[in-house]
Write a protein that binds this ligand. Sequence first.
Ligand code: SAM
Length: 272
Amino acid sequence: MIKAKKKFGQNFLKDESVLSKIIKSTPKDDKVIVEIGPGLGDLTKKLLEISDKVVAFEVDLELYGILQEKFKTQIAEKRLELICADILKIWNSSSIIDSDYHLVANLPYYIATKIILKALDDSHCKTVLVMTQKEVANKFIAKHQEKEFSALAILAHSISKPAVLFDVDSSSFEPPPKVTSSVLKMVKFDDYLKVDNNRGIFDSYNEYEKFKLFLRVAFKSPRKILLKNLSTIYEKDKIKKHFEDLQIDQNLRPHQLSTLHYHLLFKKIIGA
Ligand code: SAM
């Protein structure tokens, strides 16, 4: 057994029943499965049993060597593509692979939020099914008025249906992490970007990017009132008028406004 490297967030999932539950929740269609951080390959092995093609990204050269040996048949058959890379260095503004895919992974926790946000932005990614620390998963499923409600939950609810499927005790891992984990699933809506149909929440990818900027401003100082945060870059009188038109209380803090009202306010601001 190799020694787990803390710097790469290595906690290997050893609980067969948890692995089986993840596989049960994995979409079974002809899309590629992308796995980030295959580690010792326990989840990878099960993913290969239900999918024709898995693409896995592993940063640790030592693990990469072990995986190459372990899966040499599947690699030769081109059912497994194994890439040794730091996922955050290679996942820039474009998609991580050229075809549609589902992301299924037990994520390295130190970069879990960044990876999930990348997957939400990546239009080729259709489902995010990931294990992460419970606190992070809860941020994506939070509802307005809850203290965890933030831009992460608004984005997640805008383009998908986020849900925590189940929690996983630290004893299921080797070595055990210091936190409880949760399996988070987000199935993206087909039509969140209007492409050539007339549906969807956003008119274009550009509008989606503007919405993300709007959320960053809205939650700039989460304890301040929303109107104050928004007034730092948008014209205060105009924002006040939009609040009045939409019957939004001007004293609300950012976490108190619903996802729907964030969208209505955003559309007013951009004049849509
Ligand atoms: N999937 C395995 C399992 O369930 O047992 C391992 C999960 S472990 C929590 C996280 C994995 O992500 C490790 O294999 C680690 O080396 C890998 N990893 C860490 N940082 C990474 C990065 N920046 N890019 C790609 N893989 C990374």
